[in-house]
Design a protein around this ligand. Structure first.
Ligand code: FAD
Length: 410
């Protein structure tokens, strides 16, 4: 049995190692949950990929504001676009700990790549993975899990964000189809994604229980991509409107039962918060690394910046925040993998890690002074990217509402 497990592990590690690259053992990442061999290999693989394949192009991707298709093709080949999908549906069959590791390592180098990876894995693909029936999983998951197609997930609308239940997109049943009308706003991978999970109102009278989820395919009549957002940050992650004008969706593409859509979506967001927490953690680590390096090189008044106590305190505060964010993030991931309830833990991790990342980006720019304000150093981009993290997948205010609701209910 042991030999079997070891061989399986070796096979997996070999699958994950990028051709021809060797990896340094990681001694700098403090981590209180011990990683197993497979998880360590995943961390090293993603780290090496991000350093070699993404870092040299980060500014190019940012300035072009284009989805980096080649990077996603490679991530798909490595199995990182089907992280949570079981092997029987073409995925890697891994858990939230591995998922968080992947997102964290990508975010250290390019948060916008991490955001599109998170939206694909944790939102669109995972909705079908968790709530789709056998036929839907067999039809859609293999292509998504291998990155042949990307997934988008549409909950937000022009007039409904935090109050998702106030959505106006409708789905009216006519024979064997639902006819969708409405607009979804700020949808990650909405243009490049070929498959979308979309929530729509099937029965207005039933309020929250009158919302249903559907799988849509790009190219269907009445399904088009609207405005592409020109963003402050996360610019290599595509954000667009999705427009439905009498779009005919086959009834077999309803996910679960009519009326289950919002409950499903909230469950998806709960897991999604782990990925935004991991993204925040990675971004904060990227800031710390850049600030630490710079402060040991730059001299003023005949001393390294790192010798000034004011700078040391900033570095100490960022490092403390990073370690605390790591604890909350992986606590939520470990519990999720154990099948425990994580509403409180996921919200706390997302809230705390995103606010740590915001402070880290702000202080990192300050430590670099004028050089933090220009694009020659990575902190300028971190400072722009980070703002999304206290907004997307539930704002900081919404997370506080959820944590309080959870406490008061208990
Ligand atoms: C780059 C990007 C990518 C995104 N990707 C996706 C995606 O793939 N799919 C998707 O469905 N959505 C996506 N979103 C949407 C995102 O989830 C929403 O922007 C977010 O949920 C907030 O909604 P809103 O922007 O409408 O803000 P609003 O809900 O209008 O909130 C505005 C402000 O009011 C506060 N507020 C609202 N209600 C309350 C309250 N009751 N008490 C106190 N304060 C409150 C909020 O916290 C916020 O500060 C994305 C957004 C961005 C910017």
């Amino acid at each position: 049995m042991l030999i079997f497990i070891f061989n399986k592990l070796l096979k997996r590690v070999n699958q994950l190692l990028i051709r021809g690259k060797t990896f340094m053992a990681d001694s700098n990442t403090p981590f209180t949950f011990e990683l197993n061999e497979e998880q360590s290999a995943i961390r090293q693989t993603v780290r090496s990929f991000a350093e070699n394949n993404i870092r040299p192009n980060v500014l190019k991707f940012d300035e072009a504001q284009e989805h980096p298709a080649e990077i996603f093709r490679e991530l798909g080949e490595m199995g990182f676009l089907g992280i949570l999908v079981p092997e029987e549906n073409g995925g890697s069959g891994l858990g939230y700990v591995e998922y968080a590791i992947v997102v964290e390592e990508l975010a250290k180098v390019d948060p916008s790549v991490a955001l599109s990876v998170a939206a694909h894995n944790g939102l669109g693909t995972n909705h079908i993975n968790l709530f789709g029936n056998k036929e839907q999983k067999a039809k859609y998951l293999p292509d998504l899990a291998q990155g042949i197609k990307l997934a988008a997930w549409g909950l937000t609308e022009p007039a409904s964000g935090s109050d998702a239940a106030a959505m106006q997109t409708t789905a009216v049943k006519e024979g064997g189809y639902y006819i969708l009308n409405g607009t979804k706003n700020f949808i990650t991978n909405g243009g490049v994604g070929k498959t979308a999970v979309v929530m729509a109102v099937t029965d207005k009278q039933k309020g929250k229980k009158g919302i249903s989820a559907f799988i849509l395919e790009k190219g269907w009549v009445g399904f088009s991509v609207g405005k592409k957002e020109n963003k402050l940050g996360m610019r290599a992650s595509e954000t667009v409107q999705l427009i439905f004008e009498n779009c005919k969706v086959p009834a077999e593409n309803l996910i679960g039962l009519e009326g289950e859509g919002l409950t499903q979506a909230l469950k998806i967001l709960e897991g999604g918060r782990i990925s935004i927490a991991a993204l925040s953690l990675g971004l904060a680590e990227g800031c710390l690394e850049a600030a630490l390096n710079y402060s040991q090189q730059r001299k003023q008044f005949g001393k390294q910046l790192a010798e000034f106590q004011a700078i040391q305190f900033k570095l100490a505060d960022i490092a403390t925040g990073v370690d605390a964010a790591r604890l909350l993030t992986f606590n939520a991931a470990v519990k999720k993998d154990k099948g425990e309830k994580i509403a409180r833990e996921a919200s706390m991790a997302k809230l705390f890690a995103s606010e740590v990342a915001t402070k880290a980006a702000n202080e990192a720019v300050q430590i670099l002074g004028g050089y933090g304000f220009v694009k020659d150093y990575p902190v300028e981009k971190f400072y722009r990217d980070v703002k999304l993290l206290t907004i997307g997948e539930g704002t900081s205010e919404v997370q506080r509402m959820l944590i309080a609701k959870n406490m008061l209910a208990g």
